[in-house]
Design a protein around this ligand. Structure first.
Ligand SMILES: Cc1cc2nc3c(=O)[nH]c(=O)nc-3n(C[C@H](O)[C@H](O)[C@H](O)COP(=O)(O)O)c2cc1C
Length: 536
């Protein structure tokens, strides 16, 4: 535990000392964002040719989508709406892809694997399949023995990280960003399942060694000369209400492996601090206690929106700047925050088996009907007293009477926080020019003590999930969000009067009226497949 706290402290940015990075970008070694397993059988997934997805309300738990049967088309839509491409961006002489799931620096360290049962439409049979977003295809990594795994009511998805992709640009802090990205990808999977009327749950009973074995990450012969992948998490997607029992970590072994991982960079810079952080935060034990029962909040009241769920998911983007003038209404502000509350049957937190540990410290700049200032969005009301004692610099706690007890919103102080928000977010204007920005404050050391060092990753996953719900809620409200991984951790702690490691800021976020970068052309994501050509 001390080692992961040491990594956490060492990778804090400070106004005069940023966490150790490469000091410049070496374009010659820029990692390939697309992993492939050369030599593996490839199953092309169909692309949706029309939008027949239900209204966006299904994403926010306000209604439930009709359940789609488990077909190749449904599996294709599931991956397209979670880990697929969302657009191609172009400037003269350069182009790159954006994806449904966001990623710090658009570097995409997260890889996804489907563990599928035997299905009539799956020529390779039960096995492990890597999702290749550029080709929207499954590459078969392993075939499992016949007669096993024929339960077509469910399948699993494993997520892994290739830390080098982030470390190439961000150095030592990169492993934090990998974890945020896992949280975003987890939420993206849950939202895609909701579009199809499917449910999802995290399977923390799988430890990292078991996950590495399941996904073939421990097969050094398939990764010679290629960057290794770190096991992160496994989820179960339940296609039918009556999904069978949870798959056991000691399930039958594959009978055959296929493919060799491609090399992503010609050479690498070593970041031993990340290697250590990976090792010390490994999940060594199974977690079987999933007894957490969420708070009973009032029914969800997400922003009203006319988009279909598929449209809303596809249009998610990060704002590169905000106009610095447009306000949002207090109703929209509250509706956006409402989507971050953990409710028993509302995505994405219904797939999360742990009690919520993160609260939002809000810097309100332009919300009509709300004074500018600092606010607290308390996702677990029982933490109230602990926070009151911890916030030594906050004297006035004012519950907003007209929102209580439905909305857990407290005012901590009035004032213009635009300069503070900009400064605390590494001097980024996006934290000041929007309607509001925020820091995610996690109960930290007590959680690590209780659940072990692997809980450090889970805190960042929870932050990524919150970020993802904010991204979609912002789009639904007609505004836009951006995750902020670059922030000065201790500046926020100081402003609140926090001492020690009981509470730590783990992610920042900002929301407002976006300004488009008109130099960029936006192209459809899969034109290269529809026209039968490979991408650039
Ligand atoms: C964990 C995380 C941290 C991020 N940090 C920043 C940041 O500090 N500043 C910023 O302008 N954008 C930040 N972003 C936004 C990414 O740059 C953006 O997601 C990426 O370029 C892909 O674009 P898209 O979100 O529009 O698909 C962050 C995104 C994530 C997921």
């Amino acid at each position: 535990m001390d080692d992961i706290i040491a990594y956490h402290d060492r990778t804090k940015h400070h106004p005069r000392r940023y966490a150790l990075g490469p000091g410049g970008l070496d374009w010659a070694t820029q990692p390939n964002p697309f992993r492939r397993f050369d030599g593996s059988p490839v199953l092309k997934l169909p692309l949706a040719d029309r939008d027949d997805t239900p209204p966006a309300a299904v994403l926010f738990g306000e209604s439930v989508a009709p359940r789609r049967p488990f077909t190749l088309a449904a599996l294709g839509l599931f991956f397209e709406l979670s880990m697929g491409l969302s657009a191609r961006k172009e400037i003269p002489g350069m182009s790159w892809y954006l994806r449904i799931n966001p990623s710090s620096g658009n570097l995409h360290p997260t890889e996804a694997y489907a563990v599928l049962p035997a299905l009539a439409w799956l020529p390779g049979g039960a096995g492990v399949y890597h999702y290749a977003p550029l080709d929207h295809a499954l590459e078969q990594r392993a075939r499992r023995s016949q007669g096993t795994n024929s339960d077509a009511s469910r399948f699993c998805v494993g997520l892994t990280s290739i830390a080098w992709r982030e470390a190439w640009k961000y150095g030592e802090r990169a492993f934090r960003y990998c974890q945020h990205d896992v949280g975003h990808a987890f939420a993206a999977l849950r939202y895609a399942a909701a579009v199809l009327g499917w449910r999802m749950e995290l399977l923390p009973e799988w430890n990292d060694a078991q996950l590495a074995r399941l996904l073939g990450l421990d097969r050094s012969e398939d990764f010679t000369n290629a960057e290794r992948e770190t096991p992160e998490l496994l989820v179960r997607v339940m296609v039918n209400q009556a999904a069978g029992p949870t798959p056991s970590p000691v399930a039958n072994a594959p009978v055959e492996w296929f493919g060799r991982a491609n090399r992503l960079s010609s050479s690498h810079v070593g970041w031993p601090v990340i290697d250590e952080a990976i090792a010390v935060s490994e999940r060594k034990a199974s977690i079987t206690d999933k007894s957490f029962v969420p708070e009973s909040w009032p029914p969800p009241s997400a922003p009203a929106c006319a988009h279909s769920s598929g449209q809303l998911i596809r249009r998610r983007r990060s704002a590169v700047d905000f106009d610095g003038v447009t306000s949002i209404t207090r109703e929209k502000f509250l509706a956006i925050l409402d989507t971050t509350l953990p409710r028993a049957s509302v995505p994405p937190f219904d797939a999360w088996p742990f009690s919520p540990q993160i609260h939002l410290v809000l810097f309100v700049h332009r919300v009509t009907g709300l004074d500018p200032g600092m606010y607290l969005w308390l996702r677990t009301p029982s933490d109230m007293e602990a926070l009151r004692l911890a916030f030594h610099a906050v004297r006035d706690w004012e519950i907003l009477r007209d929102t209580a007890p439905m909305m857990p919103l407290w005012r901590l102080g009035r004032g213009d926080l635009r300069d503070f928000a900009r400064t605390v977010s590494c001097q980024q204007d996006i934290a000041a020019n929007g309607a509001f920005s925020l820091g995610m404050l996690a109960r930290f050391e007590p959680v690590l003590r209780e659940r072990g060092a692997s809980a450090w990753r889970e805190l960042f996953w929870e932050a990524g999930m919150i970020g993802h719900s904010l991204y979609l809620a912002a789009e639904a409200a007609g505004v836009r969000g951006t995750g902020i991984g670059c922030y000065f951790d201790d500046e926020l702690h100081r402003a609140l009067g926090l001492k020690g490691h009981n509470w730590q800021s783990v992610y920042h976020f900002t929301i407002g009226n976006p300004v488009e970068d008109l130099r960029l052309r936006t192209m459809p994501p899969y034109a290269h497949l529809r026209m039968g050509t490979r991408g650039p």
